[in-house]
Structure formats: structure tokens, C-alpha cells
Design a protein around this ligand. Sequence first.
Ligand SMILES: Nc1ncnc2c1ncn2[C@@H]1O[C@H](COP(=O)(O)OP(=O)(O)OP(=O)(O)O)[C@@H](O)[C@H]1O
Ligand SMILES: [Mg+2]
Length: 425
Amino acid sequence: MDERKIMQVKQRYGIVGNCEGLNHALDIAVQVAPTDVSVLIVGESGVGKEAIPRVIHDNSARKHNKYFAINCGSLPDGTIDSELFGHRKGSFTGAVDDREGYFGVANNGTLFLDEVGELPLATQARLLRVLETGEYIRVGESEIRKTNVRIVAATNVNLQKAIKEGKFREDLYYRLNTISITVPPLRERGKDIERIFKKFAIDIADKYSFEPIRLTPDACELIQKYKWPGNIRQLRNITEQLSIISEEREISADTLMKYGITDDTKGEPGLVLHSGARDRQSDAEVHTYESERDLLFMMLSKIGNEVKGLKEFIQSNLETQNRGTDIYTVFNEDNMPIQKPVYNQPIYPSGVSVINDHEYQQSQNMPPVEVEVVNETPLSNKELMKKNIIEALRRNKGNRKKAALELGISDRTLYRKIKSYDLDL
Ligand SMILES: Nc1ncnc2c1ncn2[C@@H]1O[C@H](COP(=O)(O)OP(=O)(O)OP(=O)(O)O)[C@@H](O)[C@H]1O
Ligand SMILES: [Mg+2]
């Protein structure tokens, strides 16, 4: 392992930690970078998969060419083929011009296909072809085109399970999986948890010019015992919430517990999370959680009534400090309300991002997103969901993409819900 190189990578991409699993993942990324082989990055939601394709691109011979990050989960089924492979003018309603498509414009560069498990089967077939032969056909055309694109894909779902269910092509899985890199969950990172907490505490303190929060010894112990179902994203959200809301700069285990951080080593039947990356990628029949929303919901169910108290606590603090909002209500796929912190991590604005170095660095420091607190009312989950959709659309002037981002659901889920609730919008 080239330790110096790995240290440089960590510094350049703001990756904190020194545990074996992280170093191993970065080592493979650096080693595989100069080749053209496809790489599949696996790991739970929020573990830090998105930095890896960038590391691979920047350490390859393609580094001066284009790098595109595409979130397959947020491209609507109807346009995904044309986004990726291009189309000819007039090939479908709305195709007012020729479109090159990412496989065309990324020629000689790298395409990062995030949430690759979300690709529709027809698109998977096209992707397999381009991976095997470098050939593709634009929508509405018969002419075969050539491209030379390196593919890095990522997923937080169990693709083998998706294969069994007929949702993902087995041949594509093996083609993408030439090399796989597993990014370990936060709970397996030992002392790194504290190091990452410190980084986030310092970042936010610098931003708003206040003293960084620190953990008491019992709080340090507690964060090692908690499962962190939302991984580093969850750690960052909690650190930012505490930094802003807590009057005390020294955070105790008791305070952390108010935020749902519990000693999970004691175990509670029925709520034990089996979402390790190894389980997710294996055939084992374990209960897995397919999205961070499910994981957060499980976590919040666990703290049950404490959530209400916590909300009141936060809201009253916010009112007195007049510092904006920090929690809003969203719904998971089962229409169950969950609380989300206001600080979104960088997400692709429209499902796709073309990033240069400068923008990439900036994207790591996105400002907080302002979202109104949704007051609790005795409405059913469905009614609450409808209400939130209507309000999110209103706030975003009818822009469905932005509303979906704000609600923490995919575009497709939002379209589905608008349709199923028969909302006249
Ligand atoms: N080692 C680390 N040190 C500091 N910050 C990190 C580290 N790893 C991840 N992060 C931060 O944690 C957040 C979540 O990471 P990222 O978006 O890469 O997760 P992900 O694995 O892609 O999750 P998902 O599957 O939900 O898309 C990001 O803000 C990222 O910058
Ligand atoms: Mg991601």
C-alpha cells in the first residue's frame, strides 16, 4: 500500500479517517485508476462512495477529459436512454434537437453511474452493449456510434437480490463488477468516528464563527456503540444540529441520546440492523434496508415518543435563537413520516452533474438548505404526505425536481404520488 499516496488522496478530497477498511478502499481505487476496467463501488447509504470515482478519474490518464456523475435513480424512465445515449431530432415528442448523450460527450473520459441498480432493464441492455463493444445507438437512429468511456458505478442496494428478483441483469452485474470497492460502514471505523465528528464540528464552527463543540469521554464511548444507520451523512447532520442548537459546547452522552444516539451493543430484538455491506452484497437472507430513509425511519421508531419531545426542544430553541429551521418532515416509501435535518448533503441538482475540480471542492461545502418546519397536525400519513407535496411544490414554484429533492424522494416517486393522490397540479 502506497501510504503517502493515500494520505495525499485523503487531503485532496477531504476524506477523514485511518481505519483499515477505508485505507483498503482508497488503495484499490488508486491502484485501479490507471487501468480502464469498470469499477463497482458498494457500501451502505452515506458511507462516502461518491469521492471514490473522482479519485479514480483524477488518477487516471483520462484526468484531463470529462468526468460526469449521473444519478440513475433520479432520471425519469422516459428520458434516461436519451440522456445517456442521445437522440435524433424528432425521434419522440419533445426531441426538438439532436442530442449527443453522455456516452458521446464523455468520450475519452469517465462516467460515474450512481445508484446503478435503479436503471430500467432496457437501459441496462444498452449499457451492457456499450461496455462490451464500445458501441451504442442513439434513440431514434440505427447508426452505430463508437465511444471510449470508463465506467465507475455505485450502489447501496443488494444487486444480487435485484438479480434474483429479475430487476438487474446478471451479465451486466459481472461486467460492472470487474473490480469492486467496498466502503465500510461508519460503525466499523472505530476511532475514525471521533475524528470525523471533530472535522464536522470544526467545519461548521469556522463557517459561523463560533467555538466548535466537543464530546465528553462518555459521549466518545457512546458514539462507538451506536450503529449509525445513516453513516457519515447522519454523523454530519447530528454534529451540525448540535453545533447550532446546543448552548453547551461540551456534548455529553445524555445530550446525544436526545438525538437518538443509543448504546446498540445492548441489542434490542426486532430493531437490530443487519445492513453491513457484506450482507447487502451476499445471497444471505438477511433483513436489509434499501435506503437511508428506511434506516432513518427505523432509528426514529426506536426512539419513539422521544422524537416529539426532541422536536419541541429543537423548535423552542430555534424560536429563541431565531436561527432558522433545522428539522422538517418527509415520508418514506411506505408513507410513514420521518424527521430529516435541514442540512442536505450535496446532491445532484437535476440528476446529473458535470464537475470540475473547483466545483467538486465547492460541492463538499454546500450551504444549508432552508426548509420550513412542517407543524404536526392530526392528519393521516397520506394526508400529511399530500400536504407536504403541495407545499414543497409551492415553495419550488411547481418545479417537481426541486420539490422531490426537498422531500427526500426520487422524481419518480414524486410523479407516482402526484398521480396516485390525483393531485391537480
Ligand atoms: N471519510 C470521510 N470524511 C469526511 N466526510 C466524509 C467521509 N466520507 C463521506 N463523507 C461525507 O459524508 C457525506 C455522505 O457521503 P456520500 O454522499 O459519498 O455517501 P454515499 O455513500 O454516496 O451515500 P448514498 O448511497 O446514500 O448516495 C458527504 O457529505 C461526504 O462528503
Ligand atoms: Mg451517493
